[in-house]
Design a protein around this ligand. Structure first.
Ligand SMILES: NC(=O)c1ccc[n+]([C@@H]2O[C@H](COP(=O)([O-])OP(=O)(O)OC[C@H]3O[C@@H](n4cnc5c(N)ncnc54)[C@H](O)[C@@H]3O)[C@@H](O)[C@H]2O)c1
Length: 431
């Protein structure tokens, strides 16, 4: 695994919790100036001159345009950059806000499944916030490696990112976890349909065995872990919206069973070994880079090509769709949650597939033709997340409505680009 020499000399792997704390309880600000920038205002991280740092801190400056200056839109990156630069040129420490303090402290995170749909967006978001990211991915053949390489393209341009190609179930966990402040565990064999029959063995390996190895390695480490579970653990829930408390956990697919198994593993390691683990039950995630096997990607591709869309079932099944940027936001917020907690992460309201199709037809501006096929085994009829707990305890709420999120996904799929930054389609600012 490669950690750049520059990163080492800059003390880049100093954990945030060891940083000096000023009298008012906030981390002391280092004396630094931004010395180089790269990327554009939508994409990347600029760093300060660490040579002048007195505290061995690294500061992540989100974004300047390559030629200098801020972007002319007041996107969240530019506001963050403005705040960063103000700090660098000497705004008194007493005026730092809490959120700003969080932003300037560079932590080091391990992201498993870094080349995947959600993992790659998470890596970019952490890098853009000035953190260091160690990604691990085995490039499982569930879908094309080229798509995963494309997902990683932007992160790979940042030298605060490193990627290890390895199978979590087999790799040396000690090296992977060295100097890490937090772990986001997204690696998995996803998808319901392939989890039947011969395919199940991959689900046991990638989901259960790999997670158990990670939990085992975290014993006695005091490193917080957020792990990706799924709405599939509920199966066909009787009462909707479904909440974390009181709902039956009766998955109807082997995939759902493996996700429930990792939640139980986490619970056991929290109780017996003091591992600090939190599980998030993601509800159908969509947006740019969505996996090629998932419904929206297949629908939009077919609609753009003027082909017939294959719908499994009558189209009246509904899902609580969650936009990927919202899911990333929740995932980061969950790192500070109490050990053993489980949270639903959903978009907030259910939508039928037929309604999705109508929205897609509007976005591609042409009628879509549909062929209906039998509903797949293991697909639940309806999902709908009660997100009260996440809203209350994580201070998180979904921000992206389905139409805006779908517009971002349509834009991605029509652009022909393999892996645009999510912000290139930021529906919050673009709509
Ligand atoms: N996408 C969704 O709608 C959704 C919904 C609920 C839960 N989830 C969960 O979120 C996580 C991410 O899902 P995604 O849609 O981004 O999937 P993805 O397939 O795009 O990403 C998963 C990545 O994990 C890697 N991986 C698998 N096994 C590995 C192993 N043993 N070692 C190292 N890397 C390994 C794969 O190569 C892949 O790149 C998964 O845990 C999934 O179960 C996703």
């Amino acid at each position: 695994m490669k950690v750049s020499a520059e990163a080492r000399t800059a003390g880049a792997w100093t954990p945030a919790r060891d940083l000096p704390v000023a009298g008012n309880g906030q981390h002391r600000a280092p004396d630094v100036e931004p010395s180089w920038v790269r990327g554009d205002c939508r994409s990347f991280v600029a760093r300060p001159d660490t040579g002048r740092s007195t505290d061995n801190l690294r500061i992540g400056f989100t974004v300047w345009k390559p030629g200098g200056g801020f972007c002319d839109r007041s996107c969240r990156h530019c506001s963050a950059a403005t705040a960063s630069v103000r700090q660098a040129v000497g705004v008194p420490h007493s005026r730092f806000s809490c959120s700003f303090r969080r932003m300037i402290v560079a932590d080091h995170y391990l992201v498993t499944g870094a080349a995947g749909f959600i993992g790659s967006h998470l890596c970019e978001r952490l890098l853009a916030d000035g953190h260091h990211v160690r990604g691990v991915d085995r490039f499982s053949p569930y879908y094309d490696r080229a798509a995963k390489e494309a997902n990683l393209a932007l992160s790979r341009t940042c030298d605060t990112f490193e990627l290890l190609e390895a199978d979590l179930a087999k790799t040396d966990m000690g090296a992977l976890l060295a100097d890490v402040d937090g772990v986001f565990h997204l690696a998995a064999q996803p998808g319901v349909r392939a989890s039947w029959g011969e395919g199940f063995v991959d689900y046991v390996h990638d989901n259960v065995v790999a997670t158990q190895k990670l939990l085992e390695a975290l014993c006695g480490q005091r490193i917080p872990l957020v792990l990706a579970s799924s709405s599939s653990v509920y199966g066909d829930a009787e009462n909707l919206p479904v909440s974390e408390v009181g709902a039956g956990l009766l998955p109807v697919s082997p995939y759902g069973l493996t996700k429930l198994a990792i939640e139980h593993l986490a619970r056991i390691y929290v109780a017996q070994h003091g591992v600090h683990a939190v599980a998030l039950r993601y509800f159908t995630v969509y947006g740019p880079r969505q996996r090629p096997d998932m419904a929206f990607t297949r629908f939009v591709r077919a609609a753009l090509a003027g082909e017939t869309l294959r719908i499994l079932g009558d189209g009246e099944q509904s899902r609580d769709f969650s936009f990927v940027a919202d899911v990333v936001e929740a995932t980061i917020a969950a790192l500070g949650a109490p050990a053993g907690r489980v949270y639903n992460i959903g978009g907030g309201e259910p939508t039928t597939l037929n309604a999705v199709l109508a929205t897609i037809a509007g976005l591609v501006d042409r009628p879509v033709t549909v062929a209906r096929e039998a509903q797949a085994l293991g697909d639940v009829r309806h999902t709908w997340a009660d997100t009260t707990r996440a809203r209350r305890e994580l201070g998180w709420a979904p921000r992206t409505c389905l139409r805006d999120g779908l517009a971002a996904q349509v834009a991605w799929l029509s652009s022909g680009e393999q892996s645009p930054a999510l912000n290139a389609f930021d529906p919050v600012t673009a709509s």
